[in-house]
Design a protein around this ligand. Structure first.
Ligand SMILES: NC(=O)c1ccc[n+]([C@@H]2O[C@H](COP(=O)([O-])OP(=O)(O)OC[C@H]3O[C@@H](n4cnc5c(N)ncnc54)[C@H](OP(=O)(O)O)[C@@H]3O)[C@@H](O)[C@H]2O)c1
Length: 293
């Protein structure tokens, strides 16, 4: 049996849906069964929903029973290391053979992972998992294309989005590509002891991204460069907690120092997954980017 955690989240949901699309059985861990149904996970063929809390081994008996392979995802939050290390302990205790850690790797060339707390935390969990005595694989995507959907309201209302990245490139990857890779990896096994980095197919400045959104929705879209201070103010005004804004400041500072981004498609190629170009991603979400959904 395969277990996917973080199933109500952005990637977990896409991965569970991809299992259902392939008619392959999967178990999905959720903290709240009502929320899971609201998230559209109820009634998917072959998907067994089980509740439990990754931090509390005593709640995970049913979720981990008979499981060989796990995909471990949890929220990027201050408690991520504690959550994932306690969950690794529970997997070991339950006799899981192989844990795939959903991690992250910045695509910027020369990026110092120790400068951003979440890449630092991912590396800490990766080391813990490597020492836990089970087979492991790290799946390490770069920035998700879906991050730009947060800007859909201003793109729809003003034909613009506001960030502080200057001419910095990023190589965002489509979560649907990650889901296809994750399902093949979990379904077929192998790749023990490997770190699998993934980016999207193009290194793009924010002006490039604006041009692609514009092409996809048939309306002019501009990128407006603002100061890091104004960006932080916007984040806080949108309700982002101060400690998360601090983390994003660290990430931004390091991205600005390392403005060139690499493209790494070896993982897509290894699993026979076509890398979705940004314009296709934007076409798929055109209704939302036009303000219609
Ligand atoms: N943003 C990016 O561009 C980017 C790029 C690469 C990697 N990453 C990494 O990707 C990961 C996040 O992926 P995502 O965006 O798909 O996740 P997400 O949407 O933030 O969802 C996180 C999931 O984890 C679950 N969860 C958290 N704590 C839990 C616990 N104690 N027990 C059970 N479930 C728990 C949440 O459940 P509830 O619904 O119950 O809260 C939710 O389903 C992070 O580790 C992040 O660092 C992000």
């Amino acid at each position: 049996m395969i277990l996917v955690t973080g199933a109500t989240g952005l990637n977990g949901k896409a991965i569970v849906r991809e299992f259902a699309r392939q008619k392959h059985q999967v178990r999905a861990l959720v903290r709240d069964l009502n929320r899971a149904s609201a998230a559209g996970l109820g009634g998917l063929a072959g998907v067994e929903l089980v509740d439990g809390d990754m931090r509390r081994a005593e709640t995970l008996g049913a979720a981990l029973d008979g499981v060989d392979r796990v995909l471990m995802i949890s929220t990027a939050a201050q408690d991520m290391v504690e959550t994932q290390c306690r969950f690794i302990d529970a997997c070991k205790q339950a006799g899981v053979a192989h844990v795939v850690k959903f991690s992250g790797a910045e695509s910027n060339i020369g990026y110092d992972a120790t400068k951003f707390r979440f890449t630092r935390m991912h590396e800490e969990v990766e080391r813990y998992l490597e020492g836990a005595g089970m087979a492991w694989t790290h799946l390490r995507p770069s920035q998700f294309m879906q991050v730009y959907l947060r800007d859909a309201p201003t793109i729809a209302a003003e034909g613009a989005f506001y960030l502080a990245l200057g001419g910095t490139e990023l190589s965002p990857v489509d979560v649907e590509d990650i889901a296809k890779v994750a399902v093949r990896l979990l379904r077929d096994g192998g790749h023990e002891g490997e770190s699998l980095d993934m980016t999207g197919p193009e290194a793009l400045t924010m002006s490039d991204i604006a041009a692609r959104i514009s092409q996809a929705i048939g309306k002019p879209v501009r990128y407006v460069d603002i100061s890091p201070q104004d960006r932080r103010r916007n984040l806080l005004a949108a309700g982002v907690p101060a400690d998360f804004a601090d983390a994003l400041d660290e990430q931004l500072a390091e991205r600005l120092r390392r403005p060139k981004s690499r493209v790494h498609l070896a993982t897509h190629e290894m699993f026979g997954v076509r890398a979705t170009p940004f314009v296709e991603f934007a076409q798929r979400h055109a209704a939302m980017l036009r303000g219609g959904a």
